[in-house]
Design a binder for this molecule. Structure first.
Ligand code: FES
Length: 115
């Protein structure tokens, strides 16, 4: 252990991707809550679970197109996810460094007024 550095900070420095899975009200009714376990499984299967931070977020302002996942770094927001698409995002974007452009949010999808 590095003196003066917590185990959390040591792990945090190894994180390559930070994922924000929307569990706001609109995404939740479209199945976002069930995607959490699918996300864990996909990350485990890809061998990158330990280097990925997952945050369950509130509304991401793209309610009409959820469930949504924001990937950082890069600011890629995936929309209309299901377990199959989520697995593809993990394999192609996170593990393969190739974002899936056709599943990314566009500026027109942003909803004004929150939700
Ligand atoms: S509830 Fe998910 S973007 Fe608004």
């Amino acid at each position: 252990m590095v003196r003066g550095v917590s185990p959390f900070m040591l792990w945090y420095r190894t994180v390559k991707h930070r994922l924000y899975l929307c569990n706001g009200p609109h995404c939740s009714v479209r199945g976002a809550r069930a995607l959490r376990s699918a996300l864990d499984t996909a990350l485990w299967d890809a061998g990158i679970l330990a280097e990925t931070q997952i945050t369950i977020s509130g509304c991401q302002d793209h309610c009409d197109h959820g469930p949504n996942l924001l990937v950082q770094p890069g600011g890629c927001r995936y929309v209309a996810l299901d377990a199959e698409r989520l697995r593809a995002v993990v394999q192609q974007h996170l593990a393969g460094n190739t974002p899936i452009a056709e599943w990314l949010a566009t500026p027109e999808m942003r909803r004004s007024g929150g939700g």
